[in-house]
Design a protein around this ligand. Structure first.
Ligand code: C2E
Ligand code: MG
Ligand code: MG
Ligand code: MG
Length: 285
């Protein structure tokens, strides 16, 4: 094929060449090279965790942190998880990456406690593929054992889709984690097109209202209605509820008027490196 072009991938390393025809677009190429460098990122220690405070309203007291992975790529700079998590999920690399996140978040939270910071949970995002691994429970146990963190200070963020099509095995797993004292929350709640039946069946602690609804609170009656309904439903089910992506005073006022007791968002604090959390905490006292 005279139109075939050969591309050289910097990220993929000196010795990797790929053939592309014009109809294979640049995105496929980018994805391949991203996957190749993702493969080496763990051993090269290119990942780090940022932490975003979760606050109580109206006191503003910090009640927890969410750990959010960042990839410090030598050429590309800081790569957002929106870009590389999907690639990590498709390639299966999310399993070892997710295990690293669990271990690192537990280690950091324990270190903060040893430095005298008040104990609060650290929330860790769990991928569906990671959750389905037979070794998932063992990886949680290992992270707790190696860090010495008490289970109550670890929160796992699961998604609605993971609750769907889950057999007895998954229900039993969640029951065991809950019995250990680990907290369980549902991330991006309201976006999963799932049945609500699992909410009363599973041992959950918290719903995180997706930021899409929170964003629309002030501008759109639909977003406001959905947010208010989720808060009410969480109360009725005896679950905690937190609003994600709170950016404005107007959103904050709406949430408080509707009895939402906690929030997370740029209005309070952006995700930040672990080293900055200390100063943030001291500054708030
Ligand atoms: P998420 O778990 O729903 O995390 C919340 C995202 O919203 C974060 O994006 C956070 O930086 C962003 N955010 C927080 N407050 C605001 C706000 O006020 N306004 C706006 N516009 N955004 C806000 P981030 O860190 O880019 O992470 C994106 C997604 O990547 C996460 O969504 C989560 O699904 C995934 N992710 C991040 N870290 C991990 C991880 O360690 N493991 C897995 N499996 N997924 C992760
Ligand atoms: Mg999350
Ligand atoms: Mg979320
Ligand atoms: Mg999200």
């Amino acid at each position: 094929n005279a139109d075939a072009a050969m591309y050289y991938s910097k990220e993929a390393g000196r010795d990797s060449f790929h053939f592309f025809t014009p109809d294979m677009n640049a995105r496929v190429f980018e994805r391949l090279s991203l996957e190749n460098s993702l493969r080496r990122a763990l051993e090269r220690q290119e990942f780090l965790l940022y932490y975003q405070p979760q606050v109580d309203m109206p006191s503003g007291r910090v009640i927890g942190f969410e750990a959010l992975i960042r990839w410090q790529h030598p050429q590309m700079g800081l790569v957002s998880p929106a870009r590389f998590i999907p690639v990590a999920e498709d390639s299966g690399l999310i399993v070892p990456i997710g295990e690293w996140v669990l271990g690192e978040a537990c280690r950091q939270n324990r270190a903060w406690q040893e430095q005298g910071m008040p104990a609060v949970p650290v929330a860790v995002n769990i991928s569906a593929l990671q959750f389905r691994q037979p070794q998932f429970e063992a990886s949680v146990e290992r992270a707790l054992a190696e860090s010495g963190l008490e289970p109550a200070w670890l929160e796992l963020e699961l998604t609605e889709s993971m609750m769907l099509h889950q057999g007895q095995g998954a229900t039993d797993l969640l029951d065991r984690l809950k019995a250990r004292g680990v907290r369980l929350s549902i991330d991006d709640f309201g976006t999963g097109y799932s049945s609500l039946a699992y909410l009363k069946r599973l041992p959950l602690d918290k719903l995180k209202i997706d930021q899409a609804f929170v964003r629309d609170i002030a501008s759109d009656a639909g977003g406001a209605a959905i947010t208010a309904t989720i808060i009410q439903m969480a109360h009725n089910l005896g679950l905690s509820v937190i609003a994600e992506g709170v950016e404005t005073e107007a959103q904050l006022e709406f949430l408080q008027a509707h009895d939402c007791a906690s929030a997370q968002g740029f209005y309070f604090a952006r995700p930040m490196p672990a080293a900055d959390i200390r100063a943030f905490w001291d500054g708030r006292r």
